[in-house]
Structure formats: structure tokens, C-alpha cells
Ligand binder design. Structure first.
Ligand code: URA
Length: 479
């Protein structure tokens, strides 16, 4: 009997998945079933530990598609959602995906129907899984297990309770991030072990298998308390991002209630006293240059980077301010020499502004990045880091005394004003500054670099228009 005849006689298939997260296995079975025209209500999908006995009479051998079976249609959107959704803990997920795949054969545009209950459900499952992975990246905390044996070395162990079957899918993330550590992540569904070279898997663990508390936790708590910014505390948003159920495995969580309670008092004290304790402000550009190299007032200064000092004439009428040095600026020790700087040069020339007559600098003095393999990827500075670094840009302004400051991008504007402004709202008009100079705000050239086509042309025109106004204003101020 052929597979199709078998199906027509009302066969009922039971597909046993060897692993709860095995997309390739599901896909292979699902394709064969579609090609043999087995409708969704004639298939049961059973995951390990699932109730397979209910389907004792089902056919366990999968049907073999006929040689002339039509190819199975599955578009990119379906496959990318399915790869995530299959990691969900909902036992109905395999059946849902099969139903979608089945329906896709008759209606290839079905995934575009946002009102379809199956489409909505698979999107919801995929969203839940992405969120669970995001929480895992953020809340796994390793504890040190010291080893007497120097050859073996220290071992870092974390306990985590994911809601879905995301452990294996996230192995690569932790391997890249903690490539040089020997670590294990224990979960109730299985374990991952990395020895610096190979990844292996282990059976489910219990919370008692994981260590609790180690000397690193004190360090981590101290660090967390020091970066905690009471002025930016939003309790609702914080609880949404860091749900209470994760707190028990996070050393810093023990501090949270106390920090929240103390936040208002600390905010008032910060405002009153000024939150920074710097030495006297240097009164020469050389002095600032020396001091920023030693500055460790925020975590950016502690990265493997160099401070980049502003450059240009000390009596420049125009000060151009960027966000922070990039990779190339960090290596060259000069601001705006990389791709954003080259684009800036083109637009300055279009506007008739001579860069060599301007003082060019950044609001944050060090390059903030994350290491990805050999590459250092730019990270936006946080408001608190910009506010800390204001000390230096104010020192530069006090010496250069520009008549006009051009801030490129929101970070630069915050560095000058101490508050966040929307570029689209403030561009095109001057903002008076306390020392009698004026601030003009425009977009950052890196923003133009990230666009293409019509959007880039439009932003480039706005940028040119802002620079043309600045050039005219400089002429008026010089007259
Ligand atoms: N981006 C900036 O904001 N500053 C630089 O110096 C380079 C790129």
C-alpha cells in the first residue's frame, strides 16, 4: 500500500520528537507528512516526557513521500518564526506549526494575515521565546568555584530557570561572551559546560547542584550600588525588565529594595552637592589632555582604550562637538578621523567652513565599545556617562571660549546642555548658553552613514542646511 492510500484509509500518525527543541527533526517529519497529504488532524506530535500512550494506536512509522511529490512551500517569515516558536514550552507548538505549514501550501501569503489566529499565536510564541533569551543573557550570574588544581583552573557556575527550551539555542552567545572562562550553566532542563575549547551538554540539574555566593558577588554588589543612579529610577520599568522571579539568582537583587528606598534621598543629595568629585579643573588644554587620560570616573575609562583630546586653535570661534571617539579615533588619538569624520569633512567643505579653524572635540572622551571577536563595536554612552564627562567639555569651553558651539547628535547636545533634547525640535535655532555663546544642534554624521537612498539624501540636505546657517551666523558674530 502506498503512503497516500494509507492516509486515505484514515491512518493516524504519531511523531515522537527526540528533543523538545529539535527544529530540523520536526521540519523533516512535517515535510514528509505534507507531501503525503496527511491533514493536521491526523497527526499527533509528542515531545520527550509527553503523553505518547494516548496515541497508542497511531502509526509510528512516518509515511514516505512518493517520488513525484510536490515540493513543500515555506517562506522565510514562517521558517524564522517557527525556529523560535519551536523552543516554546507550549506542548501544542508542533501541531500549530504543522497546521500553519499545511495551510501555507494552499495560501502562500497566509503569514501576512495579521488577524489569523494561528499566525498571531505563532508570533506570540516566538516573541515569548525571544524575551526569555533576552532575560537569560541579562540575568545569568556565574559564581566562582575555586579549584586547588592549577591545571584545571577556576570554574564559574550559574543556575538559571528558563521558561522555554532556550538553553541550547543560547550556547553560542555564552561561548562568545565568556570564551576564556571555564563555565557551566545549570538548568532544570539540562546543562551546558564550556571548558574554553569545547561545549558539552549534561542532564537536568537542581538548584542545590549550583554554588551560592562567592567573593565576586561582593564586588558585583559594590559595582552595582555605585552605578545605580537614583535620578533615573523608574520602579515600574525596572520590574518589567527585571522580573522578581529572577532576583533569587542575582547577587545585586538583595540591594534593590534598599536602593529604591534610599533613592529619593540620594537624588536630593546628588543635586545639592553635585555628584562628581574631581580635582581642580585644569586651566590649560594640555592639562585637560593629561587629566582625561587618567580619568576613571565612569566604566568607559576603564576599557582598553585611550582618551582622545579635542584639537584645533585655542581661540577658535567655532567648537564642533561629537559624541565620543570611535575605533579609528581611539587608535589615532585624534577626533573625527574615521568614516564619520571623513563625511563631516565633506559637508564642512560644502558649507564653506574650514575645519582647521574650528576646535573639534567630543562630549565623551573615551571610546565605549563591546568586543566581538576581533572587532570593537561602538556602544552609545549612557546619560550618566555623558553627564560625568561634562566636566571635561566644560573645561575645554572655558579655555577655548567659542562664540558658537555646534553639537552633532543627541549625546553631544546633552553634553553641553546637561539635559536631553530632540534634534528635530531644536535644530535650526540657537540655544543661548550661560557664558554668552550659543549652541546649535544638528544630526551626527554617523546617523547619515547608517541611512541610504532617499532617506540619506534628505538627511544630508538637512545637515548641509544646518551647516550653512552656522557659517552665516559665524560671519555675523565675527562682524
Ligand atoms: N564619532 C564621534 O562622535 N566622534 C568622533 O571623534 C568620531 C566619530
Amino acid at each position: 500500500m502506498t503512503a497516500l492510500q494509507h492516509v486515505k484509509l484514515g491512518a493516524y500518525y504519531v511523531a515522537h520528537l527526540p528533543e523538545p527543541d529539535d527544529f530540523d527533526f520536526w521540519r523533516e517529519r512535517a515535510r514528509a507528512l505534507v507531501q503525503c497529504e496527511v491533514p493536521p488532524d491526523r497527526v499527533a506530535w509528542v515531545e520527550p516526557g509527553g503523553s505518547g500512550d494516548l496515541f497508542a494506536h497511531g502509526e509510528r512509522r512516518m509515511p514516505v513521500p512518493p517520488a513525484d511529490a510536490r515540493p513543500v512551500r515555506a517562506n522565510w517569515r514562517f521558517v524564522s518564526l517557527a525556529k523560535n516558536a519551536i523552543l516554546h514550552s507550549d506542548s501544542e507548538r508542533f501541531a500549530l506549526l504543522y497546521r500553519l505549514l499545511w495551510r501555507l501550501q494552499a495560501n502562500p501569503r497566509m503569514m501576512e494575515d495579521k488577524a489569523d489566529p494561528d499566525v498571531r499565536r505563532v508570533e506570540e510564541l516566538a516573541r515569548n521565546v525571544r524575551r526569555d533569551s533576552h532575560k537569560m543573557h541579562a540575568f545569568v550570574r556565574f559564581r566562582l568555584v575555586e579549584s586547588e588544581d592549577e591545571e584545571v583552573g577556576d570554574h564559574y557556575v550559574a543556575w538559571f530557570e528558563p521558561e522555554h527550551h532556550i538553553l541550547r539555542a543560547n550556547a553560542g552567545f555564552f561561548m562568545r561572551r565568556f570564551a576564556n572562562m571555564r563555565w557551566s550553566i545549570l538548568t532544570p532542563g539540562g546543562c551546558l559546560h564550556w571548558d574554553g575549547e569545547t561545549m558539552s551538554e549534561g542532564p537536568p540539574a537542581q538548584v542545590s547542584d549550583a554554588p551560592h555566593g562567592d567573593p565576586m558577588e561582593d564586588l558585583w554588589r559594590t559595582y552595582y550600588a555605585s552605578i545605580f543612579n537614583p535620578a533615573r529610577l523608574k520602579v515600574g520599568a525596572m520590574l518589567k525588565e527585571m522580573p522578581r522571579k529572577y532576583w533569587k539568582n542575582m547577587p545585586e537583587a538583595a540591594l534593590i529594595p534598599g536602593l529604591i528606598a534610599g533613592a529619593q534621598g540620594r537624588e536630593a543629595t546628588m543635586v545639592e552637592e553635585g555628584s562628581l568629585e574631581f580635582e581642580d579643573r585644569p586651566d590649560t588644554l594640555d592639562g585637560i589632555d593629561r587629566a582625561i587620560h587618567a580619568c576613571r570616573k565612569c566604566p568607559i575609562g576603564a576599557l582598553d582604550n585611550h582618551a582622545v583630546m579635542g584639537e584645533g586653535p585655542q581661540d577658535a570661534a567655532l567648537m564642533i562637538v561629537g559624541e565620543q571617539p570611535g575605533d579609528q579615533e581611539d587608535l589615532a588619538g585624534r577626533p573625527f578621523v574615521g568614516p564619520a569624520g571623513q563625511l563631516l569633512d565633506v559637508h564642512l567643505e560644502n558649507a564653506g567652513i574650514e575645519r582647521r579653524r574650528a576646535y573639534v572635540t567630543n562630549t565623551v572622551k573615551h571610546f565605549k565599545y563591546v568586543q566581538r571577536g576581533k572587532r570593537r563595536l561602538h556602544q552609545n554612552p549612557q546619560a550618566r556617562e555623558i553627564d560625568t564627562c561634562r566636566w571635561w567639555i566644560e573645561a575645554e569651553r572655558a579655555i577655548v571660549k567659542p562664540k558658537l558651539v555646534l553639537a552633532m547628535g543627541a549625546s553631544a547636545a546633552r553634553g553641553i546642555l546637561g539635559r536631553t533634547v530632540s534634534i528635530s525640535k531644536v535644530r535650526g535655532s540657537p540655544i543661548p548658553l550661560d557664558d554668552g555663546s550659543e549652541l546649535w544642534v544638528t544630526a551626527h554624521p554617523s546617523y547619515l552613514l547608517r541611512l541610504d537612498g532617499a532617506a540619506r539624501e534628505q538627511q544630508a540636505r538637512l545637515f548641509d542646511a544646518d551647516l550653512a546657517v552656522v557659517r552665516e551666523r559665524l560671519r555675523e558674530l565675527a562682524a
